[in-house]
Write a protein that binds this ligand. Structure first.
Ligand code: BV8
Ligand code: ZN
Length: 284
């Protein structure tokens, strides 16, 4: 039977759910002006991020990879959370959620590294004058964070929103816009670890690397009775497999996406259009 588009029916299921997870992707930040990877303005189409977002390409050409990440840091710093981020942040507040889904636990598992969900949480929690307990975790950035700077030698990781992250990268985002990634920044001028001075890398999870908090995520997915899949092409694993796991365990799956995505004909609810339009209605 085709997925339901009935928001009323969705909200009834939501009100009876006890272990709610969201799996979010780049579409969550699209309305904030952050290009998605595979969409029309998709940045990865331009720079084939599959080749850039790997440890091998960083080892081979750290200058090129750092220009790509500097470009994404700068666009994330210029962006602000949108109505979809805010709707998720307010749903994260227990006393708000108590009215909508009494007695439920909630975790946003995001594939995004842009930092807009943590920024939205900080703003919304401060406005509400609340602190939100972190057990179970309410936000997991499973693919790491653009603003974590990780040493390639020692274990030092530092959250650093400096713009630019180092002098040598200043202004190179313009080159990236013009698709002229040049790779001639000397390695000694690239970001360094503040502890041991070695070359530092972006604190994101590259292809072939293990995502963060896998054991916690696996438990949350196993327990979930409702999974919202928001703004993701579900092309990257293991995140792409979570909704099917919830469905196999008898849970409900609701997809929020601009367009159809593979496998969405089998889900319980499908809300097509901008998640920044749907989520404020769906989570209130
Ligand atoms: C791992 C950080 C082992 C870096 C990212 C099978 C074959 C080949 C390879 C694999 C395989 N299975 C697993 C792998 C390996 C690989 C993988 O999945 N490859 C794919 C290509 C098949 N996976 C890995 O390597 C992962 N590690 O498997 O380790 C392991 C696993 C478990 C336990 C132990 C060991 C690590 C993957 C992490 C890669 N890093 N990001 C960086 O960002 O630079 S991935 C990156 O791409 C994102 O984080 C995200 O995950 C993905 C992008 O996808 P989306 O977010 O969905 O974005 P996209 O543009 O594709 O889609 C946007 C959607 O939004 C669209 O549908 C659009 O319609 C919609 N949209 C747009 N606007 C809106 C909207 N929707 C609503 N409203 C709007 N306004
Ligand atoms: Zn170090």
């Amino acid at each position: 039977m085709p997925p339901s588009k009935d928001l009323h029916a969705f909200k009834k299921v939501l009100s009876a759910s006890k272990n709610i997870i969201v799996v979010a992707g780049a579409g969550l930040s699209a309305a904030s002006g952050i290009p998605t990877f595979r969409g029309s303005g998709g940045m990865w189409r331009k720079y084939d991020a599959m080749s850039l977002a790997t440890p091998e390409s960083f080892a081979e050409n750290p200058s090129l990879v750092w220009q790509f990440y500097h470009y994404r840091r700068e666009s994330a710093l210029k962006a602000s959370p949108n109505a979809a981020h805010v709707a998720l942040s307010s749903f994260t507040i227990p006393k708000v959620r108590e009215r909508i889904a009494p007695g439920s636990d909630f975790t946003l598992i995001t594939q995004n590294v842009d930092g807009l969900s943590p920024r939205s949480n900080e703003q919304v929690f401060a406005q509400a004058g609340v602190t939100v307990p972190d057990t179970p975790p309410y936000l997991i950035e499973m693919h790491g964070r653009l603003f974590d700077i990780k040493c390639t030698q020692c274990d030092h990781v530092e959250f650093d929103t400096s713009s630019p992250i180092c002098e040598a990268l200043a202004g190179t985002e313009a080159l990236v816009e013009k698709k002229e990634l040049d790779a001639n920044i000397p390695i000694e001028n690239l970001p360094r670890c503040r502890k041991c001075g070695s070359l530092a890398r972006p604190g994101v999870v590259w292809f072939g690397e293990v995502p963060h908090d896998m054991p916690v995520i696996d438990k949350l997915v196993e327990k979930a009775d409702l999974c919202l899949v928001i703004g993701t092409s579900s092309a990257v694993y293991p995140a792409a497999g979570y909704a099917a796991e919830v469905a196999d365990n008898g849970g409900t799956v609701a997809v929020f996406n601009f367009e159809r995505t593979p496998g969405d004909e089998d889900v319980d609810f499908l809300f097509l259009g901008g998640c920044e339009e749907w989520l404020p209605k769906a989570l209130s």
